[in-house]
Ligand binder design. Structure first.
Ligand code: PLP
Length: 222
C-alpha cells in the first residue's frame, strides 16, 4: 500500500477513538514526508534534532513537529524556533534549557514527561518518584515558556499482549496520578503518547491519545 493509503487507513481506524496520529518520519527523505503531508498528516515525529531541523524548512509551516528521541541540552537551540512538542522530557535541566530558548524565541514549547515502562534496561525515561521531584520543584514552577501537556512511554519490544497492556496501563496510571496531584486545574495536561506500529491498537484500547507510527506507514527503515 502507498503512504497515502496507509495514512487514510490509520486515520479511519483512529477516527472513533481519543488518539491522534503522529507520523514517525525518521530516516525518510522529505519527498516521503511531503507525500504523507499531502495525505493529510500534520503531526510528524523525528528522533534526531539535526535531522528534524534539516527537514523542517522543506515542509509547510503548519506541520506540528514532535521530537520523540533523546534531546541533549546543547541541541535545544536548533529546535527552539519551531518544535511543537518535545515528547522526551527526562530532566529538570532539559526543561530549564527549553525555557531559556523558548523565551528567547517568544514561543511556548510543549513537553511530555517520558517514563520508563519497558522491561528493558536500555529504554530510557523517568520513574514516577523522579517525575514528582521535578514537578514539586521551585524551578518547575518558574517555567513560563515550556508547558507540560502529558506523558510518553515506549513499551517493551514484544508480541506478548498481556505485558504490553500492563505497560500501557502503568503509563496511564502515572498520567492519572500526576493529573490529579499537579495538573487538576490545567486542561492542557491531557496527552498520553503510547503505541507504535506493532502495538498501537492495544495502546489505543488502553487510553492512548497520541500514537507514534512509522514502519506501518513507510515500510521498514533501511
Ligand atoms: C521509531 C519510533 C517510533 C515508531 O516506530 P515504528 O515501529 O516504526 O512505528 C515510535 N516511537 C519512538 C520513540 C521511536 O523512536
Amino acid at each position: 500500500m502507498s503512504i497515502a493509503e496507509n495514512i487514510y487507513r490509520l486515520n479511519a481506524e483512529l477516527a472513533d477513538t481519543a488518539a491522534r496520529l503522529v507520523v514517525v518520519t525518521k530516516t525518510h527523505p522529505v519527498e516521503r514526508l511531503a507525500e504523507a503531508y499531502a495525505a493529510g498528516a500534520r503531526l510528524f515525529g523525528e528522533n534526531r534534532p539535526q535531522e528534524m531541523a534539516a527537514k523542517q524548512p522543506q515542509l509547510p509551516p503548519d506541520v506540528e513537529w514532535h521530537l520523540i528521541g533523546q534531546l541533549q541540552t546543547n541541541k535545544v537551540k536548533l529546535l527552539a524556533p519551531f518544535v511543537h512538542t518535545v515528547q522526551s522530557i527526562d530532566s529538570l535541566k532539559l526543561l530549564r534549557e527549553l525555557e531559556k530558548h523558548a523565551a528567547a524565541q517568544h514561543r511556548i514549547i510543549n513537553g511530555l514527561l517520558q517514563f520508563h515502562i519497558a522491561q528493558e534496561a536500555t529504554k530510557s525515561g523517568l520513574t514516577l518518584p523522579e517525575a514528582e521531584v521535578i514537578l514539586a520543584s521551585e524551578d518547575f514552577r518558574q517555567l513560563r515558556h515550556v508547558r507540560l501537556t502529558g506523558v510518553m512511554g515506549v513499551a517493551t519490544f514484544t508480541s506478548d499482549e498481556a505485558q504490553l497492556r500492563q505497560e500501557f496501563r502503568q503509563l496511564r496510571g502515572y498520567f492519572e496520578q500526576l493529573k490529579t496531584t499537579y495538573f487538576a486545574a490545567d486542561p492542557a495536561f491531557c496527552d498520553i503518547s503510547m503505541g507504535m506500529s506493532g502495538d498501537y491498537q492495544l495502546a489505543v484500547a488502553e487510553g492512548s491519545t497520541l500514537v507514534r507510527v512509522g514502519s506501518a506507514i513507510f515500510g521498514s527503515r533501511g
